[in-house]
Design a protein around this ligand. Structure first.
Ligand code: SF4
Length: 373
């Protein structure tokens, strides 16, 4: 498995480093018997989607729709995860409008991931990190697991502006939860990689916020790094107003982050600043076909299997909905002709940053390959 502690490179180079044989197969036009990873947005019909209402949420569209009592049935989720043993290499629990730790008995679900012997990544706002036994379960791994705390603020006030949480003291609770996670990880000598992420915007780019976030993450031994990013364009959904940081404010924030980086970077703790622009201008699909859906699978909040994170939405065209794990076996869906035939770029939304990197990476290799045959 790749060393994710190496923060250089992008999502494609990362796949190349841990699954070079799979990259070669897909470049040569062969399909994979199993996805390299499966991303799941675990949501149960009995809970709300999320404890926050962030204007910049990638899955914001969910909130504007009638979602009824949709969700993933626990027995189906567990059965699907059990079936990954010896097949998928990694499972990611992430959001896209939902908070994974709200899923009832999430610890039991994580236990099944452990038993399936796949690497586990968690992307969470970590508000529910204080539920009994959860942190113990997260650090209880021998694999190259990963926990991301999406903080995006350096004070309670800015947290409330950025995330619009139901509990207006969420920031304090998340800070405490993060400290507990870092402490227990260190005490148990766990290999879990703990990462804090911070999406810069108008409400959180002041010096005090940035300084708090870096100093807090740095002084909690066990947190491996903090990563600062900016919004990207295009991205299917319209950008929230708060993403438009005035150029002058952004440059001040960026320069200050570089100062903090010089001061706080250590061998076991990194401050990453991923781009130098107010908004990352991503090219519009500079590739001819979608390779992401050949290497990954995404199970959305209602159990539907999609080709990627961008398309994991109830508003996606039907051709991007391959089947539902509440009714069917995941592997039947993965094998389905409909999925395999679906490489059109015409009707899909904009790729996320990672998806664009992966598609562009494969396209580059494919061009090299075809020029040699
Ligand atoms: S949005 Fe990007 S990753 Fe998703 S199906 Fe379209 S091309 Fe593939």
């Amino acid at each position: 498995m790749a060393n994710k502690k190496n923060v250089k490179g992008n999502s494609f180079t990362w796949i190349q480093s841990f699954a070079p044989e799979s990259v070669e197969r897909v470049t040569n036009g062969d399909s994979l018997a199993e996805p390299l990873h499966v991303e799941i947005h675990p949501h149960h019909s009995s809970t709300e989607l999320c404890n926050n209402s962030c204007p910049g949420c990638t899955g914001l569209v969910y909130r504007k729709q009638e979602i009824g009592d949709k969700g993933i049935k626990p027995e189906r989720l567990i059965k699907t995860i059990d079936s990954f043993k010896g097949k998928a290499r990694r499972v990611i629990f992430s959001g896209n409008c939902i908070e994974p730790l709200m899923y009832p008995d999430i610890k039991e679900v994580i236990k099944h991931i452990r038993e399936s012997d796949v690497v586990f990544y968690l992307y969470s706002n970590f508000y529910y990190g204080n539920q009994e036994g959860l942190i113990e379960e997260l650090v209880n791994t021998e694999l190259d697991d990963y926990a991301r705390i999406s903080l995006n603020a350096g004070s309670n006030d800015s947290y409330n502006l950025v995330h619009r949480p139901k509990d207006t003291n969420s920031f304090h609770r998340i800070i405490e939860n993060g400290e507990r996670l870092a402490r227990l990880k260190t005490e148990r000598d766990s290999p879990l990689f703990v990462h804090v992420t911070y999406l810069l915007n108008n409400y959180n780019c002041g010096k005090e916020d940035l300084e708090f976030a870096v100093m807090w993450a740095s002084r909690n031994k066990g947190i491996n790094g903090i990563r600062f990013t900016t919004y990207q364009k295009p991205l299917g959904r319209s950008m929230p107003k708060m993403a438009r940081i005035p150029e002058e404010d952004f440059l001040k924030a960026r320069d200050y982050l570089h100062e903090l980086k010089r001061e706080f970077d250590r061998d076991d703790f990194k401050v990453e600043i991923t781009n130098e622009q107010v908004v990352l201008q991503q090219k519009i699909k500079p590739f001819e076909r979608c390779y992401v859906q050949e290497v990954f699978a995404v199970i959305g909040f209602d159990g539907t299997v999609y080709p990627c994170t961008s398309m994991a939405s109830p508003s996606s065209p039907e051709i991007y909905k391959f089947g539902n794990i509440n009714q069917e076996n995941f592997w039947d869906i993965w094998e389905r002709r409909k999925r395999k035939a679906n490489f059109s770029l015409e009707k899909c939304f904009d790729c996320t940053r990672a998806e664009s990197e992966i598609n562009s990476g494969f396209q580059g290799l494919r061009e090299q390959y075809t020029s040699h045959v």
